[in-house]
Design a protein. Structure first.
Length: 91
């Protein structure tokens, strides 16, 4: 028994009853983010109270749309928050 009166659909996806040409426009949404911080010991890892985030740093995100290894297309711009954190959403 299925909830709400639903029925089991055992039809294969590519049979005559299916229409695989319909595009609902569902696109996965991704985010990219990190932080800008004072790296007191130059190890690339933010650890300890001395390695604080840097606020108000402009950050740009570029894409390599033609696959040549050189990111040339500006995708977004943002600024780090009070803790040095930034995000690019809805990518």
């Amino acid at each position: 028994s299925f909830p709400g009166g639903a029925q089991d659909d055992t039809d294969p996806q590519d049979d005559a009853n299916g229409n695989m040409t319909i595009d609902f426009g569902f696109v996965p949404v991704n985010s990219v983010g990190s932080s800008v911080f004072f790296d007191m010991n130059n190890d690339g890892i933010q650890m300890g109270a001395n390695e604080v985030g840097v606020p108000n740093v402009p950050v740009q995100l570029f894409a390599d749309l033609d696959g040549d290894g050189t990111p040339e297309t500006l995708v977004g711009e943002t600024t780090t928050n009070d803790d040095g954190i930034y995000f690019f959403d809805n990518l």
